[in-house]
Design a protein around this ligand. Structure first.
Ligand code: GUN
Ligand code: ZN
Length: 437
């Protein structure tokens, strides 16, 4: 007998990219039920529709959870975040390369201790879920035990999570280096242990071109050939000094992306964080190869890295998701991150509609990660990951929510004013997430 629960609330999700639509609700790229019902059977979406009509069709013994005037949206997806950097979020005064030396590497050194890794991983997963993030693509550290810790924590909470051991064998502190051989072997063992278990997937994770020798990048390419369905997760063209250093370090390359391309790292399932300082030729190559960009606005503002060009990514038809990039980013909330995408685009004389933001944090992100067959919206048989939004405890947010004229307006004020207090709960595979572990 299957276990069926129905959730009654206002319900909103994307059916496809609404960014170019004048009226997404009218043309059906976005679907909204003011009084909706999401029926979940055995952890999967069974049906979605207007509550009154659906309730008449459901057997009378189905449990109905009434969420009142709250808003249900699909679980948010953070396409790029560093769990070991949670303790150095909001560290003052540096841009990328100095920030790595001064803050990130010292924080990551502590993950040699598996107990520390376990404690941080548990805290991190709980914070993701408190913020409505039900899927994340995560950097661990160079230590294999840091990967065990984050996968174990995610698995306890039933989260969908992609992670990998950082590969770095040069241009970083001696005690944080692996070698091409140990990096390959440890990654291989972690893939065998974790990839495809529960809702977990492995990402081969060279930190960025600067911290890997050519031999290490070659070994990363070898892993992708041997395990074609794992991800590749790295950084690309975030900061101008970084781009200049990559050009010096790989003098034969035509561009930063060309370094990764040379070693077979640009393909479907490759996830490149930032992608700011680059040309359309490379964007087009990414699109052709099926690789994805991650727009990390709060990090780009905080580290002074630059302004992501979403219009160019769209023009070149590249897959794009959004990421918090904590600890360079300043919040784990993907709602606030979507608010920051809007601000960055304003500075770049571009815009993003409220529904366009929703797409970037849900179905668009799922597409970037090749997970749109199982998450991202409430299509039948997808995994029932969702969050329940309500006005936060702040007087101004409550007032703004009550004054919202349309559902787009209500959603948008969540992006700008929202924080984890507005989450009436995250659900993974249909279960209240924080009660699971
Ligand atoms: N580039 C290489 N490593 C990092 C990192 O840890 N954070 C960010 N934002 N960029 C990077
Ligand atoms: Zn990053």
């Amino acid at each position: 007998m299957s276990e069926v629960t129905a959730h009654r609330a206002s319900i909103l999700h994307c059916l496809r990219d609404p960014s170019d639509d004048k009226d997404p609700l009218a043309v059906g790229s976005v679907e909204y039920f003011e009084d909706g019902l999401l029926v979940v059977a055995d952890g999967y979406v069974d049906r979605l529709g207007p509550a009154e009509a659906l309730l008449k069709e459901l057997p009378s013994n189905v449990k109905v959870v009434e969420h009142g005037d709250k808003l249900i949206i699909p679980g948010l997806i953070d396409c790029h975040v560093h769990y070991p950097q949670i303790d150095i979020i909001a560290s003052y005064g540096e841009r990328l390369l100095d920030w790595l030396e001064k803050y990130a590497y010292p924080a990551e050194r502590k993950f040699a201790d598996p107990e520390h890794a376990k404690e941080v991983a548990k805290f991190f997963v709980q914070e993701l879920l408190r913020n409505g993030t039900t899927t994340a693509c995560v950097f661990a550290t160079v230590h294999p035990q840091s990967v065990d810790a984050i996968f174990e924590a995610a698995s306890k909470y039933g989260m969908r999570l992609i992670a990998g051991k950082v590969l770095m064998d040069k241009n970083c502190p001696e005690d944080l280096r692996d070698t091409p051989e140990t990096g390959y072997e440890q990654s291989r063992q972690l893939i065998e242990k974790w990839h495809g278990r529960d809702r977990l997937s492995y990402a081969v994770t060279p930190r960025f071109a600067i911290t890997s020798s050519e031999e290490q990048l070659r070994q990363a390419g070898r892993l992708l050939k041997e395990y074609p369905d794992v991800y590749l997760h790295t950084h690309l063209a975030e900061n101008e000094e970084e781009v200049a250093q990559v050009a010096r370090q790989f003098p034969w390359s035509c561009s930063y992306l060309d370094v990764y391309e040379h070693f077979g790292l640009v393909r479907e399932g490759s996830v490149f964080a930032h992608c700011i300082h680059m040309h359309d030729d490379d964007r087009k190559l990414m699109a052709r190869k099926g690789a994805a960009m991650v727009f990390c606005p709060s990090s780009n503002l905080f580290l002074g890295s630059g302004l992501f060009d979403l219009a160019a990514a769209r023009r070149c038809s590249v897959r794009v998701g959004a990421g918090s990039d904590v600890g360079g980013g300043t919040t784990l909330s993907m709602l606030l991150t979507l608010g920051d995408t809007y601000k960055v685009l304003q500075l770049n004389k571009q815009s993003l509609s409220p529904f366009g933001g929703l797409y970037l944090g849900t179905l668009g992100a799922a597409r970037a990660l090749y997970l749109d067959n199982c998450i991202g919206n409430f299509a039948e048989r997808k995994e029932a990951d969702f969050l329940v939004l309500e006005a936060s405890g702040t007087a101004i947010s409550r007032r703004r929510w009550d004054n919202a004229a349309t559902i787009a307006d209500r959603l948008f004020c969540q992006f700008v004013l929202g924080d984890n207090r507005i989450s009436g709960g995250s659900f993974v595979s249909g279960e209240p997430a924080l009660t699971l572990a």
